[in-house]
Design a protein around this ligand. Sequence first.
Ligand code: ADP
Ligand code: MG
Length: 308
Amino acid sequence: MSYAANAKWYSENAAIMGTNIYVEVWSEDPIQGQLGVKTVLAEMERINQLMSPYIESSELSKINNIAGREALVISPEMFELLDKSIKISELTKGAFDITFASVGYLYNYKENQRPDDKTIDSLLSAINYKHIQLNAEKSSVKFLNDKVKIDLGGIAKGHAVDNAISLLERMGITNALVTAGGDTRLLGDRQGKPWIVGIRDPRNRDKQAVLLPMESSAMSTSGDYERYFEEDGQRYHHILSPKTGKSTYDVQSVSIIGPSSTYNDALSTAVFVMGLREGLGLINRIDGYDAVVMDNQRKMHYSTGLQQ
Ligand code: ADP
Ligand code: MG
C-alpha cells in the first residue's frame, strides 16, 4: 500500500474492563482516524456493560442471578459467546470452563482473599460446563445446578478485540492495532513493516521476554502475574483449575498466536491450566494456532509451527 504524506497514526489508551486498552489506527483522514479510535473504545465499554461480573445490571450478572432457578432469554451475542465457551471446554477437556466462577467468585486478589478448602470442596461439583444448558430456539440459558456461576474473564476481552477489529474493517480502515490487556490483534502491517508484539517477562514488569514480528494476526497472553496475591510464599493467581478450584503452577505464561482473538484468549487460559506438555500437545493439533510457553523454571517452549 502507499503512504500519503498526510496519513497519520491515531492512538489512545484507556482503562476499561479492568485492564489497559490501547488502540492505534492508521488513516489519511483525521476524521476517520479519530472516529476509528473512538469506535473501538465505545465497543470495549459496551462489552464491559454487558459482561462484567462487577456491574449489577450486566447481562452476565442477570444470568448468574436467575439461570440457576429458571431459563433466561439472553442476547444473541451472549448466546453465541456461551456456545463458543462450551465448545472450547469440550476441545480442552474442561481446562477452559466458565463455570470455574462457581468457586472463582470467592477469590478477591486485591483484598488477598481466597476460599478455604472446605468451602472449595462444597462448591467444586458446581464447576462443570455441562451444567450450562443452552436452548437455541428460545435463545435461553439455564443452569442445571443452582450453585453454578459463570465468568467470561477468560474470553470476553478476546471477543471485544475481534469485534473492535471488525468495526474498523467496516469503516474501511486497513491498518490498526487493538490491545485489551493481554489480547492483541493487528489489522495489516505497520507502514510496510510488521508490528512488533511483546510477551512480558512474568517476573519483571518492565522487561519483554520475547518480541515477535506479526501482521494481520493476533496473540493473547495469559500469565500468573496479572492478578494475584502472595501468602506464605505461595502465589494465589487468577487462573484456576476447574478440577481443584485453585491456581495452577506448571507454567508462568502462555501466549497463543492465531487468527481469532476470541480463541487465542480462551486457549491461552486453557493451555495455562493444562500445563506445558498437554497444552502444547493440544495447540500442535490445531491448524493455524501456535503457542509460546514459559514454564515454571522460566524456560521457553514453542509449538512446532514456530520451530524453524
Ligand atoms: P487476563 O488477560 O485477564 O490475564 P486471561 O486470558 O489470562 O486473562 O484469563 C484469566 C481470566 O480467565 C481470569 O481472571 C478468570 O476471569 C478467567 N478464568 C480463570 N480460570 C479459568 C478457567 N479454568 N476457565 C475459564 N476461565 C478462567
Ligand atoms: Mg485468556
